[in-house]
Design a protein around this ligand. Structure first.
Ligand SMILES: *Cc1c(COP(=O)(O)O)cnc(C)c1O
Length: 393
């Protein structure tokens, strides 16, 4: 009998030939500015650990304490018996931090986006979505079965035109954008989009996964950065990036959150966070308030590293944040650049289609607050040497 899954092996072989097959790199130490992957010490420019919180002593201690007091698991989904006091405390903490009325925490940012969009919209509704929005938004849109209208990246005029065309259409309208785009590191045009949503009575939703802990006062995100408090009805964030742990959340009105308690499928059908996760996240919000110098360091490092790359002649696209892509075009070249960097002691991942559009393959770098200038200099040196070898600069 033929193996009914042989088509998967054929696809994998094709990827190997094309040079886009990816082996998982194995992290053998803490996730930090400098880590060991596959037996090699490297400068880590591939994590989302913007503020170095994955190894912060206060988070570690909070997690350990929660394990001692509450064990390792919550025992159930939130709606059955898995709502612990720590979960509610975390939600209240996040809502206060974001100046929102209420908050619900999900197992991940992915679950927060997909679960929320799918819960609040139905087949008769319309979603107006930036073409570079995150995969979890796209999946949520599909799951909702609403009609999806994609507008060109950051094109507020195009988004407004779609809303105008839909003015007389039946159904609700949701305008949705990433706050910071994860592959390009540029900031969404939220003031313009929010104004368009208000003009046409659409719901405004922002995914702040890469901006929480990075932009706004003490890392409150893009809504705070742009002064849009009270004008964005659905604010999504993640606890997996700058917060350093795991999870996602939605902030908004009390009724939005109560509605999600009843209808968001990841909330209803997947077990809640272990107490250690909730406790570590709580400690992270204390750190955001108590150690603002981390965010300052993050931005100092960002400016330094970005200037180093652009002055060497690399194409860093439209980045405005610590996410700085080095765009090379073909995926094979991106993976080759990544591989040679690794040999020189720098981890930065090659990313190609379908994560980014065809012809826009890149090596993505993310500096953190905890990289030293010496580490950034060594990484820049490696980029320059290999960039010359590959004819990129
Ligand atoms: C990473 C990311 C997510 C998913 O967050 P997780 O907590 O890792 O599931 C959602 N949206 C954007 C824009 C992201 O970059």
């Amino acid at each position: 009998m033929d193996n009914p899954l042989s088509y998967l092996s054929e696809q994998l072989n094709q990827w190997r030939q094309e040079g886009t097959y990816q082996r998982l790199r194995v992290l053998q130490s803490e996730s930090a500015a400098h880590s060991r992957f596959d037996g090699k010490e490297v400068i880590n420019l591939a994590s989302n650990n913007y503020l170095g919180l994955t190894t912060h002593p206060k988070l570690r201690e909070a997690a350990l304490e929660a394990v001692r007091k509450f064990g390792v698991g919550s025992g159930a989904v939130r709606t059955i018996s898995g709502t612990m006091s720590l979960h509610l405390e975390l939600e209240e903490r996040i809502a206060a931090f974001k100046h929102a009325k209420a908050c619900v925490v999900f197992q991940s940012g992915f679950a927060a986006n997909a679960g929320t969009v799918a819960a609040i919209l139905g087949p008769e509704d319309h979603i107006i979505s930036d073409e570079l929005n995150h995969a979890s938004i796209i999946d949520g849109c599909r799951l909702s079965r609403a009609k999806i209208h994609v507008f060109p990246h950051k094109d507020t005029l195009a988004a407004g035109n779609i809303l105008t065309e839909l003015d007389r259409a039946a159904g609700r309208k949701l305008l949705i954008s990433d706050g910071v785009f994860s592959m390009d590191g540029d900031i969404g045009p939220l003031p313009g989009l929010t104004a368009a949503a208000e003009k046409h009575g659409a719901i405004m939703m922002v995914d702040d996964a890469h901006s929480s802990g990075v932009l706004g006062r003490n890392g409150r995100g893009t809504i705070d950065h742009f002064g849009l408090h009270g004008r964005v009805q659905v604010q999504v964030g993640t606890l997996s990036k700058a917060i350093g742990v795991l999870g996602g959340y939605v902030c908004g009105s009390r009724d939005l959150i109560e509605f999600l308690y009843h209808r968001a499928r990841p909330f209803l059908f997947s077990t809640s966070h272990p107490p250690a996760v909730a406790a570590a996240c709580l400690a992270a919000f204390d750190v955001l308030e108590q150690e603002p110098e981390r965010i300052q360091n993050l931005w100092n490092n960002t400016k330094y590293f970005k200037a180093g790359l652009t002055s060497s002649g690399f194409d860093t696209g439209m980045s405005e944040t610590p996410i700085t892509p080095v765009i090379v075009g073909e995926p094979k070249l991106a993976h080759e650049l990544s591989r040679l960097l690794f040999e020189e002691g720098v981890l930065a991942t090659g990313i190609g289609f379908p994560t980014v559009p065809k012809g826009k393959a890149r090596v993505r770098t993310i500096v953190t607050a905890t990289h030293t200038q010496e580490e950034l200099d060594r990484a820049l040196e490696a980029f320059r040497r290999i960039g010359k070898r590959l004819g990129l600069v």
